[in-house]
Design a protein around this ligand. Structure first.
Ligand code: KDG
Ligand code: MG
Length: 403
């Protein structure tokens, strides 16, 4: 069997998505997600110019060999563009292999470790009261775990909070990067009050999560982790930028609040010290940005040795192809923790028909052979690419800060 044909599809049903389709000489095809928010066309160029020509004629069943061919063969290893391109190939090849086997992907990975996959949704509000209303809506819809993000008095716009209450949050909201202003002291003084209010209204059973979006220094993160201990967070996410993995060692010395990190990671090497030193509790590296199923499986296996569980990134800027594949992975992986879920627009769901379903705060995996997600190429053409950028963040004195 040979790869006969492969091509990229860029579509924007509400936001941009990049999909790779690989077709074999026997007609079976697979698709993979290559979406890198705000840098989509860099991955398209990488795939079109450097990867696809080298795939034609190869045996699609040799997933492991093709992974190493693309990783080692590039000489320039790692990085989000390279690893998203490799991931798209890998996901499409697993889709093909599972279709050839006549099995849903989770069966090929090793079968079910659980019947359903717990997800967390996003509650956002411009103040604490409106955030609580959104938490209530999620609880009514069956969610058992909710990420809470609220506006902070004195900060005009903040990560993770929708511009209008009740609407979904979209970070890539402008042609060129919007400029936000950030104050660590205002945030740190305010945010514990949000968790106190959530516990007060919803009691102890609801899992609550929070994303700091890389904005603190290690000692500030240690203070926050310590102060929120009484509210028993499921996790505190991305409390510091993670290029310096040792920073998490410092935070860990000070707090028992569970720590999650990894949505911007693209390799096992980004997470190795964090996992081996047990400085974190959840690893969030995603299939699309960290080299696909073949590589993320290695990260998960390493994590399992150290009591670190998975908590995959699942924003709307990863396509249903990534989400569908992630649900198969989550259903199999022994050290599963939780799956992030931001519902896609109905236009996106129409472009990407899929067989996974949300029920009572969980995802239920589908039984279609492959990863269970397809693309309607004719419909996709109706939504042309539109450049959209993530914002940048400055301190009140104008210093460029972490977004
Ligand atoms: O979903 C999350 O936890 C995020 O932090 C979302 C990111 O800001 C988003 O995916 C950036 O593209
Ligand atoms: Mg995040």
């Amino acid at each position: 069997m040979k790869i006969e044909h492969a091509y990229t599809i860029v579509t924007s049903p509400g936001r941009n998505f990049v999909t790779l389709k690989i077709v074999t000489d026997q007609g079976t095809y697979g698709i993979g997600d290559a979406t890198l928010n705000g840098r989509e066309m860099a991955v398209v160029a990488y795939l079109d110019e450097h990867v696809i020509p080298a795939l034609i004629g190869r045996d699609p069943q040799r997933i492991e060999d093709i992974w190493h061919y693309l990783y080692r063969g590039a000489y320039w290893r790692r990085g989000p563009v390279t690893m998203s391109a490799i991931a798209a190939v890998d996901m499409a090849l697993w889709d093909i292999k599972a279709k050839l086997a006549g099995m849903p992907l989770y069966q090929l990975l090793g079968g079910k470790s659980r019947d359903r996959v717990m997800v967390y949704g996003h509650a956002t509000g411009r103040d604490i009261d409106s955030c609580l209303e959104e938490v209530a809506r999620h609880v009514d819809e069956g969610y058992k775990a909710v990420r809470v993000q609220a506006g902070v008095p004195g900060i005009a716009s903040i990560y993770g909070v929708a511009k209008k209450d009740g609407e979904p949050y979209e970070p890539a909201d402008a042609d060129l990067p919007a400029e936000h202003v950030w104050s660590t002291s205002k945030y740190l003084n305010h945010v514990p009050k949000l968790f106190a209010a959530v516990r007060e209204r919803f009691g102890d059973d609801l899992h609550i999560l929070h994303d700091v979006h890389h904005r603190l220094t290690p000692i500030e993160a240690a203070r926050l982790g310590k102060e929120v201990e009484p509210y028993h967070l499921f996790w505190l996410e991305d409390c510091v930028p993670a290029e310096n993995q040792e920073a998490f060692g410092l935070i860990r010395q000070h707090t028992t609040t569970p720590l999650a990190v990894g949505e911007v990671f693209n390799s096992i090497h980004d997470a190795k010290a964090l996992i081996e030193n047990q400085w974190i509790d959840y690893i969030r590296a995603t299939l699309t940005h960290a080299g696909g199923i073949t590589h993320v499986r290695r990260i998960a296996d390493l994590a399992g040795l150290y009591h670190v569980r998975t908590g995959f990134h699942g924003p709307t800027d990863l396509s249903p192809v990534c989400l569908g594949s992630a649900i198969h992975f989550d259903t199999w992986v022994p050290n599963f923790g939780i799956q992030e879920y931001m519902p896609h627009t109905s236009a996106t769901d129409e472009v990407f028909p899929h067989d996974y379903r949300f029920e009572d705060g969980h995802f239920i995996v589908g039984e279609t052979p492959g990863h269970g997600v397809d693309i309607d190429e004719e419909l996709a053409k109706q939504y042309p690419y539109k450049r959209a950028s993530l914002p940048v963040n400055r301190l009140e004195d104008g210093t460029l800060w972490h977004w």
